[in-house]
Design a protein around this ligand. Sequence first.
Ligand SMILES: Nc1ncnc2c1ncn2[C@@H]1O[C@H](COP(=O)(O)OP(=O)(O)O)[C@@H](O)[C@H]1O
Ligand SMILES: [Mg+2]
Length: 270
Amino acid sequence: MAKNVFEVKTVSYRYQDAAGLDGVSFVVAAGEKVALLGANGAGKSTILKILDGLIFPDKGTVVAFGENLTEPALNDEGFATAFRRRVGFVFQNSDAQLFSPSVWEEIAFGPLHLGLDPAQIRSRVEDTMHILGITHLKERPPYHLSGGEKKKVALASVLAINPAVLLLDEPSAGLDPKTEEFLIRLIGDLSRAGKTVITATQDLGIVPQIASRAIVLGEDHRLSGEGAAVDVLADEELLREANLVHHHAHAHNGTEHFHPHSHVEEHDHH
Ligand SMILES: Nc1ncnc2c1ncn2[C@@H]1O[C@H](COP(=O)(O)OP(=O)(O)O)[C@@H](O)[C@H]1O
Ligand SMILES: [Mg+2]
């Protein structure tokens, strides 16, 4: 197996009316635990969609498992099936991912399409529901569940395929603290099991637990930094420039400072 899961080289992507990514390059090695950081609109989801072969760069190249990830390559059924088995994508919005009449069928969908026999499918679905703690939900329609339950079902539907690589788009957004903690622990478990886990997030607080390396996208849609997660988190200037921390977040070191982001005061003046 190729040592690198992904090799992204000078990738640019434009939506009809907006820039998505501008000349972004990075590599993800097999088994790495990576955080993709950036403010709203920086291009995190665009990168994950490109890594999942859902959209294709206007410029630059993406190599996945040693092969070019292109539209023609994914039109080849053999390549596409192999790729879809290896890479699983959990969308930020669970509603966009869930479509089956019951949780059981939702989780069975992937294994069914892998061509597993009914007994194997049943054990895959049951094992996955057990790991996620959602066995009691198996007959419920996914669209009636709470946000945290939906997230677990979406994760289960991806994990049931047993992909080597997981792409998680802001997985902790909107979760209650207990579900968030569960998810963070799960990411650790998956990583220890040898999976490559790439998580897009703007929640710096969870980064030490979900990543050993961090890639930072600036608001200009370019790569603004990368390195060991601890080093990136300690780089205040990088985080400020990427709009991941407020100016005043680090201004209380004994001296008085001007606070450029005092939203409350601004409102009081009007
Ligand atoms: N489907 C789309 N159509 C048009 N513009 C989009 C679309 N998706 C994202 N964008 C724009 O591309 C930029 C990058 O978006 P995105 O990758 O979603 O950022 P992030 O996930 O970091 O918040 C943003 O300016 C966003 O408005
Ligand atoms: Mg996003």
